[in-house]
Design a protein around this ligand. Structure first.
Ligand SMILES: [Zn+2]
Length: 116
């Protein structure tokens, strides 16, 4: 029996099952590990150790929460929801975009802010 991920031979009794795949112990730990490259939170965690701008302010936390709840919202509506001035919102949002936490996208010709 060989690992379906790294093709390494797995000793009898040490094979692991994950999503219908047979994996060796190393790969199994790897897929279960929360520190995967494709996980945005892992990226965030990694960045939080390397830059002071990765620490969220109260307003940034509110913005992310609102984006999560709404699934995407127009900047003016978000500013209204959070009782922030559009300029403040823009500044906080720029930081979040830089941190790859949130982004703007076009929906039906309108700019909508949403989670990254
Ligand atoms: Zn493997």
């Amino acid at each position: 029996m060989n690992c379906e991920k790294c093709s390494k031979q797995i000793k009898q009794g040490e094979e692991m099952q994950h999503n219908g795949k047979t994996l060796c112990e190393d790969c199994y730990i790897d897929v279960l590990s929360p520190a995967r490259g494709c996980d945005p939170w892992a990226v965030y965690t990694a960045k939080s150790f390397s830059g002071k701008d990765a620490i969220l302010t109260e307003n940034q936390t509110k913005i992310l929460k609102a984006l999560e709840e709404t699934g995407g919202v127009e900047p003016a509506v978000l500013a209204e929801m959070l009782k922030m001035s559009p300029a403040d919102l823009e500044r906080e949002f720029a930081t979040l975009r830089h941190m790859e936490k949130a982004r703007g996208e076009m929906r039906d010709g309108k700019t909508v802010l949403c989670l990254w």
